[in-house]
Design a protein around this ligand. Sequence first.
Ligand SMILES: O=P(O)(O)OC[C@H]1O[C@H](OP(=O)(O)OP(=O)(O)O)[C@H](O)[C@@H]1O
Ligand SMILES: O=C(O)c1cc(=O)[nH]c(=O)[nH]1
Length: 627
Amino acid sequence: MGCAVVGGGPAGMMLGLLLARAGVQVAVLEKHGDFLRDFRGDTVHASTIRLIDELGLGAGFRDLPQSRLNNVAVPVPGAGLVTLAAFDSLKPPYNYVAMMPQWDFLDFLASAAAAEPTFTLLMESEATGLEFDGGRVTGVRYRATGNGAADAEQVLHADVVVAADGRHSVLRQAAGIRAREYPVPFDAWWFKLPRRASEKGEVAGVVPSLGDRDALIALNRTDYYQMGYLAPKGSDARIRENGVEQFRRRVAALRPDLADRVDSIHTLADLHWLDVRLNRLPRWYIDGFLCIGDAAHAMSPAGGVGINLAIQDAVAAAERLAPDLRQGHVRTTTLAAIQRRRRMPTVVVQTVQRIMHRVVFVPLFAGTLSGKTLTGAAAGNGLSIQRILFFFLRHNPVVKRVLPRVVAIGPRPEHAPGFARPLTLRPPTKLGAMTSPTDTAVDTAAARARLLELIKELAVVRGKVILSSGAEADYYIDLRRITLHHEASKLVGQVMLALADDAGIDFECAGGLTMGADPVGTAVMHAAVDAGRTVDAFVVRKAQKSYGMGRQVEGPAVEGRKVLVLEDTSTTGGSALTAVEGVRKAGGNVVAVAVIVDRDTGAKEKIEAETGVPYLFAFGKDELGLD
Ligand SMILES: O=P(O)(O)OC[C@H]1O[C@H](OP(=O)(O)OP(=O)(O)O)[C@H](O)[C@@H]1O
Ligand SMILES: O=C(O)c1cc(=O)[nH]c(=O)[nH]1
């Protein structure tokens, strides 16, 4: 076996799927017989949705029953419902958090992985320990608990064992790795309250209400409210001693609007206690063994970002493990590289959570924080750190932009490794283009999102610069760094092809003025061929060649054929116009001009007026943050 993953949660299943797509033998061991468990994190964050699109699974994912969380709001006395994180301010389509039962999400990942021949899912297989050879882990010991075979311990040998078995990881203990604990002031108790049909249309959101020494959050789900009661650590025994009636009264006091249904909490056995922990391992690995997700760093539920972080760990791990696993030996330096990659986002998120604990939860449980404190409505309430923070959360434009991003996307989001992405886009048919974008659109959305990120990261250069036209500008987009880039080139082809298809442009040749347009033309040609179409590329020289064939337009003849003129970017539109003129002289029928980035400097108007064909662009300067 290449890789044995222990724990069929979001991180374990994602890692299994990605490694299987790399063609590596991988087994995921899950101790339960199904994924059905209440009150696991039921969020799928924006960066995970983007990842799913990149894996070509977006259409199936969107078919799953789910609701969208568009914001996080707090009701504050005197200020109404205050939105703290408006996800819908993020760029679509990744501008929400999907809420769905985690078992649906895990079933979905499991069925995608089952399509890969190198993937095995071992349900009812409980890991009990590690197998060592010298100091190196060489496998995992486990017990199959199904079919009454509970006591037969077996060994699964693997090049690497990955523990994705959560906060109480059995395997990390077996590896002798100990976590560093940070104090957490509270625990959480999850339960459900019914949601009436008449309430279905209400804002989907997370609605917290603060008490004097406790708090209640409500997650609006399709036909119920998922309630989280928060109280000081160590309160579980007291809550249970006080009995169900007192607990119902407390819930009713915190959410009077839900008081009419607290009877649905039949007994305190309906409360699911979460012993909240915040910790992380100083070292996530030993030879042959790696921890990811909560096994490497238990997260507080504050912000609800633990699942996303765990999935991102899985992606980073898959990307780095796959090459080693293909060679049959996982180097310890590779495991160290995975920890290096994921440590920063972990530390950032945990630090934010620890600040939230200190600033919100400690005073809350000391009885010095309530909704009134935040707005200053409480008598004798001066400027407090909470009021200042609350003011910033509501009014500071940078905080208002950054907060939804931190929650929905997270620091250092990961992208699907090339080996896990679908090989080609589906060939669009004329009928398909007219009816629904289905799979093609979903894949294109992922390609477009990734390309945009690469352009921002690699091509945008700020500072004074002289342009081709002689004009001076404050920024330059060096798209050659994109069109000649190992990952971006392919995306350029896919995105530009989809751009023309979406505009209903039918073409047989693609190219433009050398040299910016050259790699764009070949990328489009390859994307078209991948999609089962025949498109040739061409190059328009800046001047006609004075010897040889004496041509200005090089490549298979464009004469009598439908031509898409391409550019990487345009400012005055002069280069694209030269290309159109060259193609027309060579007898080509120009059907459109398309550029990757438009600088919004009048090129569109000029080109459309002078050539009479549409001018398309994949990205505007506003999308690059250059507005
Ligand atoms: O719309 P325009 O004002 O024509 O400006 C845009 C052109 O400028 C750049 O090329 P450049 O002229 O620098 O030449 P190169 O492709 O040979 O590098 C770019 O690749 C476009 O072709
Ligand atoms: O106008 C240009 O010369 C120009 C602008 C730009 O952003 N990028 C580029 O390659 N050329």
